[in-house]
Ligand binder design. Structure first.
Ligand SMILES: [Zn+2]
Ligand SMILES: [Zn+2]
Length: 416
């Protein structure tokens, strides 16, 4: 068996290959995260992906973030691609937005996304002698999964991106205890290792803080990820104290309606109810009762704000809640100019965020519950971040591998 980890020592651009003599699968095929607003990735072309995916039986995506799925449109036709059912619909809606005229380069990507295969939690897929079972996780993308991969008598757990402090995290440890247990190899994300100073609120605690802000401000605009269902729900639920209207643009409304029709059927937490869009003007009731509006950092949101601001009473200063990672604003290498531009339109900006990734404590819990026999392979982490700093016992620390090695018939390779 061979495990090849690409770009382990960076956050983003995730690609893992697992091969036996008879079959080979890829977990994620992600684009590098943009740095300094440059969007470069040496794999972002058809020939590079054709070469990388040669001999591949299938590609399975943990979730729909670009750093895990961003290169899917380069995959040659004959290789099946798999993702969660709701995740596939989110990807399609995203690309529909980018392809309004059926002509742009994104239209082909929309076509490929709409033909992706889907999987369900707990149902095992088989590719030659490799079996893959997806298990649901909480992350800042809905319908995200970790994968248990079984082949040649070995068991590998690939966590994807996940966390222990979301609404949907309750099943994380019980599922690992009940359905997964000990593994041979643990491939685990380490995003938060270099962000230890960040405050980690539970999603529920964040929602309470949002409710406090909404008591004080009648017109609240929220800048968060348009596809982070749990975060969107935190702000939707906060708005109930007091009642106010929920507003969004057409794209965001479609995403919220999709979440209501899927996760929202199981719990009211994710039922977004009626979402209003801004059409020609705001009706009097919306202005009287106040609103929470999800905004995006793009041209159309800016146009929308230019129309809405003059309608608001002068004494009510609108509030912008920024609910994304602080590095997009504060760090020179990851700064996002569009986010800054959006903030510059408000005099009142508050930050309220919590991570979509596992804390050191949660990472430690996963290592201890799965007690990997052969290796722990950290991925999705900053180069200098040291995985052993999470405080696992020495017998587990010894299993951490970050360079090429061969252990009990498993070849482990790291590619830049
Ligand atoms: Zn992610
Ligand atoms: Zn990621």
């Amino acid at each position: 068996m061979r495990i090849t980890i690409h770009r382990a020592a960076q956050i983003g651009g995730q690609i893992t290959r697992i091969s036996t003599a008879r079959a080979s699968i890829l977990i994620d095929l992600g684009h590098n995260l943009p740095r300094n607003n440059e969007d470069e990735d040496p794999y972002d072309n058809d020939p590079a992906i054709a070469e990388l995916t040669k001999g591949c039986s299938a590609i399975l995506y943990t979730h729909y973030h670009g750093d895990h799925i961003g290169l899917f449109h380069h995959v040659p036709d004959g290789i099946p691609q798999y993702i969660g059912e709701v995740a596939r619909q989110v990807v399609c809606r995203k690309y529909k937005e980018l392809c309004p005229d059926n002509q742009s380069k994104f239209c082909q990507a929309l076509d490929i996304a709409s033909r992706m295969h889907t999987f369900r939690e707990g149902e095992t897929l088989r590719f030659g002698d490799i079996s893959v079972t997806p298990y649901f996780v909480s992350h800042s993308a809905y319908d995200a999964y970790m994968f248990l991969i079984e082949a040649e008598g070995k068991r590998i757990l690939h966590t994807g991106d996940f966390r222990g402090h979301g609404y949907l995290s309750k099943g994380l440890l019980p599922v690992i205890q009940r359905h997964i247990g000990q593994v041979d190899v643990l491939i685990i994300e380490g995003t938060m290792l270099a962000r230890r100073d960040e405050t980690i609120l539970t999603e529920a605690a964040l929602s309470q803080k949002a409710a406090e802000l909404m008591k004080e401000h009648k017109y609240v605009f929220v800048h968060c990820s348009s596809t982070d269902m749990e975060r969107l729900a935190s702000f939707k639920n906060a708005r109930m104290y007091p009642h106010r209207f929920l507003m969004a643009d057409e794209y965001q409304k479609d995403i919220l309606d999709l979440f209501s029709a899927t996760a929202g059927r199981k719990t009211s937490c994710f039922n977004f109810g009626k979402v209003y869009t801004y059409s020609s003007n705001l009706n009097d009731r919306i202005l009287k009762d106040g609103f929470t509006m999800f905004v995006r950092a793009n041209r159309s949101s800016n146009v929308l704000l230019s129309r809405i601001f003059p309608l608001l009473p002068a004494q009510e200063k609108p509030l912008l809640i920024y609910s994304l990672w602080g590095g997009y604003i504060d760090r020179s290498d990851t700064k996002n100019e569009n986010y800054l531009k959006l903030q510059s339109r408000f005099t009142n900006v508050v930050r309220l965020h919590t991570s979509g990734h596992a804390t050191a404590e949660t990472l430690r819990d996963i290592c201890e519950l799965t007690t990997p026999r052969l290796a722990i392979l950290p991925i999705h982490k900053e180069k200098e971040a040291d995985f052993s700093s999470i405080g696992i016992p020495a017998r587990l620390q010894e299993k951490i591998r970050t360079t090429d090695c061969k252990i009990s018939g498993v070849n482990i390779e790291f590619h830049e």
